[in-house]
Design a protein around this ligand. Structure first.
Ligand code: UGA
Length: 436
């Protein structure tokens, strides 16, 4: 099939490359010239394992190209909308400016019978509004939410857990669902569940999925608060809970909480939309989920203050991690960087290390000091704070080696990812988040 992907960020670039890799002819379109130039050279403009290879082979095969010109979408049968929907600057709702700009930009280039597939995360009801504009060009709008995780984006795009397609009523909707089935033919061949719904349900599936994941993380972090007060260990609690098949182990990782470009803004937008629908009370708990999550950052900072005897001013603190999670260079709403910024604000001499996100972190927070090598961050530190559970810290950093570099053996494990017993045995004062 011939396809266009409008918006080549974390979602669109991966989607374009993945679609080309399964045999489609794809053009990715973005307004950012430097991003398009990099993508056209086969270079991922952000850290995403496996994406460079996919880009290069798609371009070499002649199936994948990138452009800044919306007119290059002409001829595609399916147009995916993959632009960002950040949080509004003046509230919790989603800012749909880029979605509407993409729709209006695409409109003159649509042809009778084309399908426009929205992948951006939007508040329920948005698709219904866009559908009329798309129909005015003789095309059909479907909503096809994306569930990929950064760091696993290639894997999640090529082998999704499920494919959801919301379609309008009638023949046009059925035909569009058939085209999406062809677009995702490889997934369909492996019996990936393919759910066809109405437009509103498809939009809701995405919001509800992220709300559920955020709630699960905040649930275990709330238990970490209780564990702290009661002298229990939240990691053992999570282990025991997860063995119940109805609960499961995934997304029970406690620590400084969730961040990134999705979960935080999506739960706020979801709550804002529910309020606009007169159903704010139905998801009132999401406000609590958000509050629990943000308290985790305060807690991590407090642990550092306590560990340093009540005052961090002038003390050197090595912050290991800047990305919002491992295998990503994304620092949007990163709890890791937030902890670093707060400690710096309290006068600590903070040095941040991260295997992938230093450039992004430095651009956003030039007031912080950065170290390219972990050892340089650790040297002469009075406290070490692990805030992103990269393998480099969780697995590769030994307490003995770290101990040979620091001034004082104090470690705060903001992700509950270190072997507490091993660090204590090596003479470290170890503090986790909700761990004895
Ligand atoms: C999330 C969802 O997992 C995807 O399904 C969804 O498609 C995506 O948002 C999106 O809406 O685009 P992502 O933001 O890439 O994906 O990252 P996650 O792996 O979900 O992690 C989110 C945050 O939660 C990270 O800060 C991570 O450190 C934190 N987390 C995750 C925990 O604190 N504990 C856990 O057990 C798991």
């Amino acid at each position: 099939m011939r396809m266009s992907v409008i918006g080549c960020g974390y979602l669109g670039a991966v989607h374009a490359a993945a679609m080309a890799s399964i045999g489609h002819e794809v053009v990715g379109i973005d307004v950012d010239e430097s991003k398009v130039a990099r993508l056209s050279r086969g270079e991922a403009p952000f850290f995403e394992p496996g994406l460079d290879d996919l880009l290069r082979s798609g371009i070499a095969d002649g199936r994948l190209s990138f452009s800044t010109d919306m007119a290059d979408a002409v001829g595609a049968e399916v147009h995916f909308l993959a632009v960002g929907t950040p949080q509004s600057s003046d509230g919790d709702a989603a800012d749909l400016r880029f979605v509407w700009a993409a729709v209006e930009g695409l409109l003159p280039h649509l042809r009778q019978g084309d399908v426009v597939a929205g992948k951006s995360t939007v508040p329920v009801g948005t698709a219904e509004e866009i559908a009329d504009r798309i129909a005015s060009a003789g095309a059909t709008l479907v909503w096809n939410p994306e569930f990929l995780r950064e760091g696993w984006a290639v894997h999640d795009t090529l082998t999704p857990d499920r494919i959801v397609v919301g379609v309008p009523d009638g023949d046009a909707g059925l035909r569009a669902a058939g085209m999406l089935r062809s677009a995702y033919r490889t997934a369909a061949e492996t019996d990936t569940p393919f759910l066809v719904t109405d437009l509103a349900t498809a939009e809701l599936v995405k919001g509800a999925a992220n709300a559920f994941l955020a709630t699960k993380i905040s649930f275990i972090n709330a238990m970490a608060e209780i564990a702290d007060a009661a002298g229990a260990d939240v990691t053992l609690l999570a282990e025991a809970l997860g063995h119940d098949g109805r609960i499961g182990h995934r997304y029970l990782g406690s620590g400084i909480g969730f961040g990134g470009g999705c979960l935080p803004k999506d739960i706020r937008a979801f709550a804002a939309r529910a309020e606009a629908l007169g159903r704010g009370e139905s998801v009132g708990f999401l406000r609590e989920v958000d509050a629990i999550n943000l308290r985790r950052r305060d807690r991590a900072v407090q642990l550092v203050i306590d560990a340093l005897g009540g005052r961090v001013f002038g003390r050197r603190v090595a912050v290991l991690g800047a990305a919002f999670k491992p295998f990503s260079d994304d620092i949007r709403d990163s709890p890791a960087l937030d902890v670093a910024v707060r400690l710096r604000g309290l006068g600590a001499d903070v040095v941040v290390a991260d295997p992938a996100a230093i450039d992004n972190a430095e651009a956003a927070h030039p007031q912080l000091a950065y170290a390219r090598a972990t050892d340089d961050a650790l040297r002469d530190a009075d406290a070490v704070v692990v805030v992103t559970e990269w393998d480099e810290y969780r697995r590769d950093l030994t307490p003995a080696h770290a101990g040979s570099l620091v001034r004082q053996r104090v470690v705060i494990d903001g992700r509950n990812c270190l072997d507490a017993a091993a660090w204590r045995a090596a003479g470290w004062t170890y503090r986790g988040m909700g761990r004895r």
